[in-house]
Design a protein around this ligand. Structure first.
Ligand code: AHG
Ligand code: MN
Ligand code: MN
Length: 358
């Protein structure tokens, strides 16, 4: 059988886009090696003794799983020596990780969520890794990169991708020329191109949201979900289906495969957090992947890729997927802000009329 190997894909992309020349394909190969190592650990589960809590917390006060920490170490181990990176940052590290001075430093920055959906790991459900590649702003004087060098809007990403550790392990990647999917052939230890040029269906009847937060959502999101739930008897005049895996990688993958919309919107559960998901290593890479597949990714009020980051671990509301649905949800936010979505009240039924409506 003729196969299309990941390396061949990368080299062709690099030939097509001279801006990616040099060590870019080597960097992505190192990232992919990290994902293969994590895929192996995840697939062995209890047999490898990697499940359960680590007994520590990350900078965001979340309990770390053993695999969160191991996956973070895998990225560092595979990507720190190649000479392609100046620094890394991750969900599991408080501060950035500059490449040690003993190694050559390269021109790229790598940001990653080493294990996404890690609450699923102990129950043997799908998890993933998410990564984003940025250029390191010129530090001609050879100075050590700082966190400020990472704070670039998502539209500056050079590449973004995720690995999904599901029934089969898959890699989905964009280098700014479409979104492409690869499946891990464990017999030869290679990712093979199986899903070239993924396109998200522009319309959908499927949405994903953690409905237990409903009372904390803003009005436009409550309106959108209520209309979906009303189905064919409501204004949408069609029935919707709902899914929630609690693993963003798995949700985005489903949307790439069969359409849909995913929401982790702003909520008032914890007023210190404007959303659940992190801009730099969850929202931004997924937004690039989704846009490159013809979908949209928004905070509800702004394109995610335009958000100017202010902190490495900053959170944002995320609404992404099928074009028409994300557009509709953005419209609901606008209408709410402009006061245009108030229920129509006839003057005949106002408080001064004989025809009171209460
Ligand atoms: P992580 O495991 O990296 O902390 O990310 C989990 C994220 C995301 O994958 C998922 O969509 C969401 O958190 C799940 O949140 P709930 O637990 O609120 O469902
Ligand atoms: Mn995550
Ligand atoms: Mn994580």
């Amino acid at each position: 059988m003729r196969t299309y190997q990941f390396n061949k894909f990368l080299i062709e992309e690099q030939r097509r886009n001279p801006a990616l020349a040099g060590d870019f394909s080597m960097l992505i190969s190192d990232v992919v090696r990290s994902c293969k190592a994590i895929a192996q650990g995840v697939s062995r589960g209890s047999l490898a003794g990697v499940l359960g809590d680590q007994g520590s917390e990350n900078v965001q006060g979340e309990a770390q799983k053993k695999l969160d920490v191991l996956a973070n170490q895998a990225f560092i181990h595979h990507c720190e020596w190649g000479g392609h990176l100046a620094a890394m940052a991750s969900e599991e590290m408080d501060d950035i990780y500059p490449i040690p001075a003993s190694n050559p430093r390269g021109k790229y920055l790598l940001v990653f969520d080493p294990l996404d959906g890690s609450s699923n790991i102990d129950v043997n459900l799908s998890v993933g890794s998410i990564f984003s590649v940025l250029r390191c702003p010129d530090n001609g004087d050879g100075k050590t990169p700082t966190a400020a060098d990472f704070l670039q809007p998502g539209k500056c990403q050079v590449a973004a991708g995720y690995a999904l550790y599901g029934p089969s392990a898959m890699l989905v990647l964009t280098v700014g020329n479409g979104t492409h999917g690869f499946t891990l052939d464990r017999n030869i230890g290679e990712f093979l191109l199986t899903h070239p040029n993924l396109v998200i269906a522009p319309e959908t009847r499927e949405f994903a949201i953690n409905a237990s937060n409903e009372r904390f959502w803003e009005k436009p999101v409550q309106r959108y979900v209520a209309e979906c739930l009303a189905g064919r008897t409501g204004v949408r005049e069609k029935d919707f289906n709902m899914r929630w895996v609690a693993s963003m990688v798995a949700e985005v993958h489903r949307i790439l495969m069969r359409g849909g919309v995913f929401l982790y919107p702003r909520d008032s559960k914890d007023l210190g957090k404007p959303g659940r998901l992190r801009l730099m290593y969850e929202a931004n890479p997924m937004a690039m992947i989704v846009e490159q597949a013809g979908g949209l990714a928004s905070t509800g009020r702004e394109r995610i890729l335009d958000v100017q980051p202010t902190g490495l671990h900053q959170r944002v509301p995320v609404i992404l997927g099928s074009h028409a649905e994300v557009e509709r949800i953005e419209r609901y936010h606008r209408e709410y802000e402009n006061g245009e979505d108030q229920p129509f009240r006839s003057p005949l039924f106002s408080t001064r009329t004989l025809f009171r409506d209460d």
